[in-house]
Design a protein around this ligand. Structure first.
Ligand SMILES: [Zn+2]
Length: 420
């Protein structure tokens, strides 16, 4: 009826109809032109999980990786970042960062010795950190409310077998505060945050008692145990045999009773056997736990780390460790390839905490990315003993994206020149 009336009124209803048709036909292209929020163009993409090591563009939509391919037109994105000359990688994952910051001096749990994650992550290309058991079942809720929820960084956590977590020596050594059922109940309450159980600071005689309790929780939760060997009586061979595939031994390049090298600087056979069984070895650099005198002979024998846990805290960040990209740069300069460095900092790290949704740039994955600059020059790298190696490569984070949002932009890659 309307068309007829139109015809009657104008006699050119067919023209209106054609214009409407034309509009409907072109509308999808108009929408198509703005289909991506962000496009990262021209970078060297390294996405080890997907076997990608090539110049490819990445398009992001609504916080998700929407497309990864060659030459995505700029016209299809609301904003384009030129990453020519840089590496584009999944957001880095630091599997050992003390972030239960609070106001208590001398403590890691709710304490002044931990640091706030957002202040140390994005400027390093890191989008996820894993806290190594600063909290136990008694203070995990406080940790969640105080740090995990308000942080823009994704914070995952191991829960300490000690109910008070890392609250000081008297707590660390109190077997009465190591409750299997209560620890398991907090693990089961927060499966989206808690990735495993942690044991590692105990000065008592029989460390196997608390060790077995932590292992019991990890076993029942079907999660890894994180072992930090601040154990005066430690027998490394014995404890490695007790670990299960997927359990994590941190501080892999430490001296003293935690060393993985014999008196002649050879890696013990039982260390290689543990690795063959699937035990993971984390750097866990920290303020006192990484020595070139251990690491260089180790890597010369093919014993590279699985992950680059920094052991970030108030002291390590101002000492030889500094930050995760500095730790990764040490291994680059010790001879690890860029692809192998990124593999460990992303996909292996994600798998080590059973978070296979992270650490890669598959279409549909959360858009956590880093744009890294591999600088050439003269650099020095310092270990926990104050010893140095010289190197000619150093990684910097140019830009970091967390769930599609730019959260760090060192040189204003995404910014507009002031006079435009
Ligand atoms: Zn630590």
């Amino acid at each position: 009826m309307k068309i007829q009336s139109c015809k009657r009124q104008s006699g050119r209803w067919w023209l209106h109809f054609s214009l409407l048709g034309l509009l409907l036909m072109t509308m999808p292209f108009v929408v198509y032109g703005q289909q991506y929020d962000l496009l990262i163009k021209g970078g060297h993409l390294i996405d080890p999980k997907n076997g990608i090591d090539a110049q490819l563009d990445v398009a992001i939509s609504e916080g998700i990786i929407a497309r990864v391919t060659e030459n995505i037109p700029e016209s299809e994105a609301a904003k384009t970042i030129d990453a020519t000359g840089y590496y584009v990688t999944p957001g880095l994952i630091d599997v050992h960062a003390h972030v239960f910051v609070g106001s208590t001096p001398g403590r890691f749990a709710d304490g002044f010795s931990s640091v706030s994650p957002d202040g140390f992550t994005f400027r390093n290309g890191i989008t996820t950190v894993v806290d190594p058991g600063n909290a136990g079942w008694r203070n995990f809720e406080a940790f969640k409310k105080q740090v995990i929820e308000p942080s823009d960084t994704r914070v995952l956590a191991f829960v300490n077998i000690v109910g008070h977590g890392l609250s000081g020596t008297s707590y660390n050594n109190d077997l009465n505060d190591m409750d299997i059922e209560k620890t398991l109940s907090i693990v089961e309450k927060y499966p989206e945050i808690i990735v495993g159980t942690k044991f590692g600071h105990y000065a008592g005689n029989d460390y196997l008692v608390p060790f077995e309790r932590a292992l019991e929780v990890a076993r029942r939760a079907n999660q890894p145990l994180l072992l930090e060997c601040n154990l005066p009586e430690l027998n490394v061979e014995d404890i490695l045999e007790r670990l299960r595939p997927g359990d994590i031994f941190t501080h892999a390049y430490e001296r003293g009773n935690r060393s993985l090298l014999d008196g002649q600087g050879r890696i013990y056979d039982y260390v290689f056997k543990a690795r063959e069984r699937g035990i993971l070895f984390d750097v866990g650099h920290g303020g006192a736990s990484f020595r070139f005198s251990q690491a260089i002979p180790s890597v010369d024998q093919g014993f590279w780390p699985d992950t680059f846990g920094t052991d970030l805290h108030r002291f390590s960040m101002n000492a030889g460790m500094k930050d995760m990209l500095n730790v990764m740069s040490k291994f680059l300069n010790m001879g690890m390839s860029m692809q192998d460095v990124i593999l460990r900092a992303t996909w292996i790290s994600a798998k080590s905490v059973n978070r296979e949704d992270l650490g890669h740039l598959s279409v549909g994955a959360v858009a956590d990315l880093a744009i890294l600059n591999k600088k050439k020059g003269s650099y020095g790298f310092v270990d926990s003993g104050g010893y140095r190696i010289d190197g000619d490569r150093k990684l910097l984070a140019e830009l970091t994206i967390r769930e599609g949002r730019i959260v760090w932009d060192l040189n204003g890659l995404a910014a507009v020149p002031w006079d435009e």
